[in-house]
Design a protein. Structure first.
Length: 271
């Protein structure tokens, strides 16, 4: 794992350069992982996109926050099941179904591929197959069903916690395995760099802080719900390594959504 320079021990010019890199990286993350027009405010350099995964949970503060706010507001004027569906739709608009596309491609590739090259070829195909369609149907059915089964405020707190938490655990894939394709073959033309020690600490804070309201304002036993995405991510990492000996962007999206879903399932069981 890389070590990060201590910004406070650097000359002022170096401190400014490091702060600008952080600024570019933050903007690149919000541009890359959402469909909100951050690009109108600032256009980061291309190299900043190699570090977007280091701020992936922070984008979950935004997407999860918008989804939770939608659920909270809609639940006061609509039946709760309808409010849940509205919240899910709003997040799809905010993210452009970015991770859902990866989930469908992941299941198409791993469901229909018989070897490494065939899996990679299927995942790169823009057409959706039977496995991808079924994966999305079951994913949304479980997501909406679980959220509808929770008390409204519990569902709101769970959404705030789950989105950054799943992204935090999923981001570790770049440290555990290499990219499975060549850079020029990447669908998004982006390969994430390994995460430094400083970025790992930052990721932990980004992922865990939004969970505090769920723990402090509900029930401390829900700390155990964190074990569900840890187990899910571990099993998926092992599967991806066995099949591909590396990750792709579709793998990242699928791992993130399945880790998030496992957290909701654990919260539902404990509640």
């Amino acid at each position: 794992m890389q070590t990060s320079p201590n910004i406070f021990n650097q000359p002022r010019a170096v401190q400014f350069s490091l702060l600008m890199k952080l600024f570019h990286s933050l903007f690149a993350s919000f541009i890359f992982f959402t469909r909100l027009p951050f690009w109108r405010l600032h256009q980061p350099p291309k190299e900043a996109y190699a570090t977007v995964v280091e701020h992936w949970p922070l984008t979950g503060w935004l997407t999860g926050g918008i989804m939770a706010a939608t659920l909270f507001g809609a639940s006061h004027i609509l039946p709760f099941p309808i409010a849940v569906i509205c919240a899910v739709i709003v997040r799809l608009f905010v993210t452009g179904a970015f991770h859902e596309d990866g989930l469908a491609d992941f299941f198409d590739g791993f469901g229909g591929g018989t070897d490494r090259q065939r899996i990679l070829t299927i995942m790169k195909d823009s057409h959706i197959g039977t496995y991808g369609v079924l994966a999305l149907i079951f994913y949304f059915a479980l997501l909406c069903g679980i959220l509808m089964s929770l008390p409204p405020m519990t569902a709101v707190f769970a959404i705030l916690a789950a989105d950054p938490l799943a992204k935090m655990f999923s981001s570790q894939i770049v440290n555990f395995m290499p990219y499975a394709r060549r850079e020029e073959e990447a669908k998004n033309k982006t390969i994430y760099r390994p995460i430094s020690m400083g970025a790992t600490i930052s990721l932990a804070l980004q992922g865990l802080l939004p969970s505090l309201p769920l723990i402090l304002l509900t029930d401390t036993i829900w700390w155990l719900a964190v074990l569900a995405p840890i187990l899910t991510v571990t099993l998926l990492f092992l599967l991806i390594w066995r099949k591909l000996q590396g990750y792709t962007g579709d793998c990242c999206g699928a791992v993130c959504l399945l880790a998030e879903l496992s957290f909701y399932l654990a919260v539902s069981l404990f509640s």
